[in-house]
Design a binder for this molecule. Sequence first.
Ligand SMILES: [Zn+2]
Length: 138
Amino acid sequence: MLTEDERRLLFVQALQARERAYAPYSGYRVGAALLTETGQVFTGANVENAVYPLGLCAERVALFKAVSEGQRRFRALVVVTENGGMPCGACRQALWEFAPDLWIWVLDVSGQVHWQGALRDLLPHAFGVQDLPADEGG
Ligand SMILES: [Zn+2]
């Protein structure tokens, strides 16, 4: 869990990241702020493309930035959308790989909390490394 001050700071960072979203096609801007266990924050915004499937969600932008900078352990994620829309299934799965115990807040741009809880509650019965056959080579 986070303190109220920590959550407020992550909200501001996610809100600022949302301003940098590139969403000319959907118009649906999303910002995310991912807190590592060491206290670093990685932000992300959704980035769309004229070739629609190439776009990437804010949550995965933040996650991939963090992982590519050597971070793999996370405490919390704050997501800000216009209306409190939830993280998509792909982002839930991507986050699960590194942080099944992640705590997530979803807020709208006014700061109202629409949902908070554990990633485990958003992705029950998740597929994970435990489901892969052991030592199959490959
Ligand atoms: Zn997503």
